[in-house]
Write a protein that binds this ligand. Sequence first.
Ligand code: ATP
Ligand code: TYD
Length: 241
Amino acid sequence: MEKAAVLYTGKAKQMFATDDPDVLWVEYMDQATALNGKKKVQIAGKGALNRQISSLLFEELNAAGLPTHYLQTIDDHTMLVKKCAMIPLEAVIRNFASGSFERKFQVAHLRPLVPAVHEFFYKSDALDDPFINDEQAIALGFATRETLTAIHALSDRVNTYLLERFAQIGIDLVDFKLEFGRLADGTLVLADELSPDNMRLVDQESGNSLDKDVFRQDRGPLTPVYAQVLSRLQADAAASR
Ligand code: ATP
Ligand code: TYD
């Protein structure tokens, strides 16, 4: 399969059409952004690491029977995915207090949250991705009640899988962001990306961040940290085969 016209250039990925109208060609870029794009730098190797971590986790979720958009890997920084009509919401799932939640409620850093907290943010660069609750999303026509119920259920299943998967390699999955879309036949699937760009990961032993907080807070080079997450996931996947 070949890539055709570029459809969209985002902050982390470029999406291309292919000769199959149901398939997108996704290139993970060597770019890091924070503060909704206000902080932006090139980091060699980051795209390939995020592509590899995403491929590995999407393949595992597919194998576990969770519906995702992932089809196959093409090369270091490229994968094919099923084209979706995206739901314009970012679903944030929190297992431990951090980031905006910790600031908003002034609670202890990494306080366990039971049940896991689900929050939606409306995907809008112009509005700076504002928080949106279920009724607001329904009233504004972004999703139906049924779709939100299905998103909450699928988010919980993904969280259960990933929380356990990272715990097995000594990492706490503190919080993360998911995006969902619908295939041409209406099936709801997990889309976008699964990488440390969209997760907070904390090493259980050292307490060190193994995610984009390293970049957000200027705490040193990012690629060795992402490479460590990938190699720990790969080592465990190999050990359990
Ligand atoms: P943000 O970083 O806030 O998510 P962005 O648009 O800059 O925004 P990128 O990851 O660079 O993010 O771009 C990828 C774009 O492709 C996103 O708009 C995402 O919603 C969209 N997308 C992801 N998976 C699919 C898919 N399977 N079908 C169609 N669009 C998709
Ligand atoms: P959050 O604590 O709300 O934001 P901040 O990191 O700005 O304090 O973020 C929670 C998690 O969701 C964190 O792992 C980052 C991820 N996330 C994204 O990847 N993109 C987003 O647009 C949002 C709102 C969150």
